[in-house]
Design a protein around this ligand. Structure first.
Ligand code: ATR
Length: 283
């Protein structure tokens, strides 16, 4: 029997752990799926999305920088994708391309795994892109008492507030504003969603990390490196830290279930990825 194809569209995409993660899961379950990384340039995105239908690809993940554009290219948006206007999962269903977003559920489940309940807690989210919006939505739905979005540009921050204000208390503070200090000092949970921290040469995503303190949770959705500069700072200040690996597995688990109807072997996959990342870091 020919393999059924899954994949990911991104640019660049070579660094993605999703192929290793999904192929490992399919192997563990004895399923005939092969997951491929497709480096799709922005100018080819429309044709790439159409090719899912043409080639009968079962489904694909979508990553940076395509999540928002893909929301305008699929036949139908379902669930969170409809609200946040960003898609991380395309599924071919009866000849139609369905766009969904599993980032929010993945984030929330990663908190549950750590026995963290955001109900009644305040959060600061750094960044205002697609991931930030999904995470903000999931926090408000889970009963977070208020969210402050801290972002470089006002356009992104204000758009996010417009999209999410029907779901709870949310405001925007530009990264350069002095009131960022209060927001960080008062937050129970800080979530970092920008790409800053992936490269060694990256600056910190906030000007002053000295506001972190014990009793706070500082969560960086980056998983490689295992500890970004921001997480190292937070740890030094006594905060509890989390990286993005469990969220990666949980959002992948939800996509996998949509495509295959099968339960994702989450614990085994997480163990496999930790080992793989360690091997990569050790060079
Ligand atoms: P994703 O889908 O992963 O959330 P995205 O939609 O491209 O990715 O969003 C990236 C976020 O990181 C944005 O909030 C972006 O800030 P702007 O809205 O000002 O563009 C932020 N970001 C990206 N590069 C950044 C940088 N060098 N400094 C600060 N913020 C940055």
């Amino acid at each position: 029997m020919a393999d059924k194809v899954l994949g990911i569209f991104g640019h660049p995409v070579a660094h993605s752990l999703s192929p290793a993660m999904h192929n490992h899961a399919a192997r563990l379950l004895g399923l005939g799926y092969t997951y491929v990384a497709f480096d799709v340039r922005p100018e080819s995105l429309r044709r790439a999305v159409e090719s899912v239908r043409t080639l009968g690809i079962v489904g694909v993940n979508v990553t940076v920088p395509h999540k928002e554009k893909v929301a305008r290219l699929v036949d139908k948006l379902d669930g969170d994708a409809k609200i946040v206007g960003a898609v991380n999962t395309i599924t071919l269903k009866d000849g139609r391309l369905i766009g969904t977003n599993t980032d929010g559920v993945g984030f929330l489940r990663s908190l549950t795994e750590e026995k963290i309940n955001p109900a009644g807690k305040t959060a600061v989210i750094i960044g205002a892109g697609g991931s930030s919006c999904s995470i903000g939505l999931s926090l408000l739905r889970a009963g977070a008492s208020g969210i402050t979005v801290v972002n470089r540009s006002s356009a992104g921050g204000e758009k996010l507030v417009r999209l999410l204000s029907p779901f709870g208390k949310i405001s925007f503070v530009p990264s350069s504003s002095p009131s960022v200090a209060d927001a960080f000092s008062e937050a129970d949970i800080v979530v970092q969603t920008t790409p800053l921290g992936m490269k060694k040469s990256d600056p910190l995503p906030i000007a002053n990390p000295s506001f972190f303190h014990s009793g706070q949770i500082v969560y960086d959705i980056i998983y490689a490196p295992e500890k970004t500069k921001l997480l190292k700072w937070a740890e030094k200040k006594g905060a509890r830290t989390m990286n993005g690996l469990t969220m990666l597995v949980q959002q992948g688990s939800e996509s996998f279930k949509t495509w295959t109807g099968q339960r994702f072997p989450e614990k085994k996959v997480l163990g496999f990825l930790k080992k793989l990342l360690k091997e990569r870091a050790d060079g």
